[in-house]
Design a protein around this ligand. Structure first.
Ligand SMILES: [Zn+2]
Length: 467
């Protein structure tokens, strides 16, 4: 006899820092509709926050759902798509077994149905699990057919290589890779270099989609700078309109990435960062920036006299202990309520970001116009130089403010995870460490120490936190 099912709705917020919160609302609405159409009672809704496929993170709501299934409180499960439910073949296997054991005979997803009541259903579920990484072919086919019927403009290009972040149909987002793209975008905007990010991809053993076995800087740059990941259709390397596929990063992030790239091209290749606190320490006597210097076999941060630096030359601190102390303080700071507030203020910063990018672009246009006038013989070289000066100053000023705002991007996925990060800290590359420190701490003033003191006196370090 058929009873009214007590259904669980299971949803997942893929990343709560990129405006995907809306996504979960839609997932839930569609799931509720599906429950209604099947005549199932929704017994409970389980929503987990921010899961990356490449890191095992605890999913308390999913765990609670498993408990409820085991306790017999649930006999049907609804998810938007199978990948919203479990991410790894083994997890899926366990889920299937638990359902089997506990009498859950109905599982429905908005995108495709898997019916445990059917004998083949279980087999199919297991096979689906095994190929979960390569994703639901059925869904791709369905999307592809619909696209061919409905859409002309914004269709993806063909091509033999699957675009990273998307299924072979080039339209369906592959969430596990989309997570990676969001992290890459955030870290690039936080100041990490493409090279460092490519190294990270290789360290994480994230597979490429092409023939190459390892990630190269150029491949990564192509992915991050193309409009594709922002839901734009490129034509000959330029965005040519809205695409049919969903955006993985926001349009604003896309523009920030392009602006940052342009500014890096302008500045030329910068030397890799050499020390954790480069540019972040200030002399407590004269207010000058401290520079790293090797003295008597020990690396120190010092206030330098002389034409290039103009400091008082009377401040020095041994580098290693101050680096350790500040790193520890930063990681602790990440787990405080204050940092949640800092992140919450980011929407406003995004707006300011767009404004600054606009300023830079208008200044660049002005510079181009002067160059064209000079090229056409309308103005002389001194006039050209004089005319460009204010525009250059505007660009530099806006860029400086942009750099400050971009810092918050480094915190992507980190706030509240300082404890976990502490264990990995030593294995992070310097660019990444610096970006994290920079995102949490504006700067630190170093106060004079007692003459001859052997150990670091933490009272000498006066951090100014980002707020
Ligand atoms: Zn000084």
């Amino acid at each position: 006899m058929r009873r009214a099912h007590a259904a669980a709705i299971c949803a997942r917020i893929s990343s709560d820092q990129t405006g995907q919160g809306l996504g979960v609302q839609r997932q839930l609405e569609d799931c509720h509709k599906l429950a209604e159409s099947k005549g199932w009672q929704v017994a409970e809704v389980y929503v987990d926050n921010d899961i990356s496929a490449y890191r095992s993170k605890h999913r308390p709501q999913y765990a609670r759902m498993l408990e409820d299934i085991e306790a017999g409180r649930i006999d049907a499960v609804i998810a938007y798509h199978q990948d919203r439910l479990t991410r790894r073949p083994m997890e899926w296997e366990q889920f299937v077994e638990l359902c089997d054991r506990s009498g859950v005979d109905q599982l429905a997803t908005v995108t495709s149905d898997i019916d445990f009541g059917n004998d083949n259903g279980m087999l199919i579920a297991r096979i689906t699990a095994a190929v979960a990484a390569n994703e639901s072919a059925r869904k791709s086919e369905r999307v592809k057919r619909k696209m061919q019927q409905n859409v002309e403009a914004g269709l993806p290009h063909g091509g033999s290589t699957r675009p990273f972040g998307f299924e072979p149909d080039r339209v369906t987002v592959r969430e596990s890779e989309a997570q990676v793209i969001r992290e890459l975008a955030a870290r690039y905007l936080a100041g990490e270099s493409m090279r460092s990010l490519a190294n990270w991809m290789n360290d994480q053993q994230i597979p490429t989609t092409g023939k190459a076995e390892v990630w190269r800087t150029a491949t990564l740059r192509t992915i991050l700078t193309r409009g594709r990941i922002a839901g734009l259709r490129d034509h000959k390397g330029k965005p040519a309109g809205t695409a049919v596929w969903p955006a993985i990063i926001t349009l604003s992030q896309h523009e920030q990435i392009l602006a940052l790239q342009r500014s890096k091209q302008r500045q030329g290749r910068r030397a890799p960062r050499r020390y954790l606190l480069s540019g972040l320490l200030t002399c407590g006597r004269c207010g000058s920036r401290l520079y790293s210097a090797a003295r008597q076999d020990t690396r120190r941060y010092v206030c330098s006299k002389g034409p290039d630096h103009g400091g008082c030359g009377r401040m020095t601190i041994v580098a290693a202990p101050v680096e350790q102390w500040i790193a520890a303080a930063v990681l602790m700071r990440l787990d405080t309520e204050v940092m949640r507030d800092v992140l919450a203020g980011r929407a406003a910063k995004d707006e300011r970001h767009a404004q600054l990018v606009g300023e830079i672009e208008s200044a660049q246009t002005a510079m181009r116009e002067f160059a064209e006038m000079f090229g056409a013989g309308e103005i002389t070289r001194p006039e050209l130089l004089a005319g460009r000066k204010p525009a250059e100053a505007r660009i530099i000023a806006a860029q400086r403010q942009l750099d400050q705002i971009s810092g918050a991007h480094a915190l992507h996925g980190l706030v509240g995870n300082g404890g976990a990060l502490r264990e990995q800290w030593g294995s992070l590359n310097l660019d990444r460490q610096h970006a994290i420190v920079r995102a949490v701490m504006e700067s630190a003033t170093i106060q004079p120490g007692k003459a001859g003191a052997q150990k670091l006196d933490p009272a000498r370090i006066v951090p100014i936190w980002v707020s």
